[in-house]
Design a binder for this molecule. Structure first.
Ligand code: ZN
Length: 203
């Protein structure tokens, strides 16, 4: 299974990191070894002093596909999730400055939190979903999928031009404004609409 991530998919988050609005989505891949095992705590890795949370809506691919047309994209997923794209911001900043790939900053062990999955049928419209992240019970990020620059179906169509999508692959659809750092003993929890999707302790 692979994890395909979209960067800079919400305008406010672009402004926050002073990035340019891209003409194509920013795409990167995280290895399956980056998935934080269920119920396990997240350990801040020793190579970073600035681990950021990025809460993101997730999509689980249900069958193999390549060159998927946008109008057929809904046939390729049934389940929506919520997760965290943990990012070693200090490591990423150094790599960005040199124009180098981001894998060390985003693909390390535990860097992908994947919460529970909910059938898309539970929702009226996947392009109008509220979601939020709380740190120590205080909301630090909230967004709605209607603010995405590239909607779920567009993302599926776009990434499948480059990568064959396989059953079980997970799309991370980008994070809204409010990214920030975590410290030991922080507690993160994510909600999609009113559903509790994950809880993570930071160690
Ligand atoms: Zn992200």
């Amino acid at each position: 299974m692979k994890i395909i991530c979209i960067g800079r998919n919400y305008t406010a988050h672009i402004a926050e990191l002073q990035n340019e609005k891209p003409t194509d989505p920013v795409v990167f891949i995280k290895p399956d070894s980056s998935v934080l095992p269920k119920e396990q705590d997240f350990y801040i890795p020793e190579f970073s002093n600035d681990i950021h949370y990025e809460v993101e809506v997730l999509v689980k691919i249900k069958k193999v596909g390549k060159h998927i047309e946008e109008k057929f994209a809904p046939n390729y997923y049934d389940e929506i999730g919520l997760g965290i794209d943990f990012t070693a911001r200090d490591v990423q900043q150094k790599l960005k400055e040199k124009g180098l790939p981001w894998e060390k900053a985003k693909g390390f062990d535990g860097a992908s939190v994947i919460g529970k999955w909910v059938s898309k049928e539970e929702f009226l419209d996947v392009n109008n979903l509220n979601f939020s992240l709380a740190k120590n019970d205080e909301i630090v990020q909230d967004g709605n999928t209607n603010l995405m620059l590239w909607k779920i179906d567009e993302i599926i169509s776009y990434v499948s031009k480059y990568f064959t999508l396989k059953k079980g692959d997970v799309l991370f659809t980008g994070t809204p404004a409010g990214v920030g750092s975590v410290e030991t003993n922080d507690y993160l929890s994510g909600k999609l609409e009113n559903i509790e999707m994950f809880n993570v302790n930071i160690k």
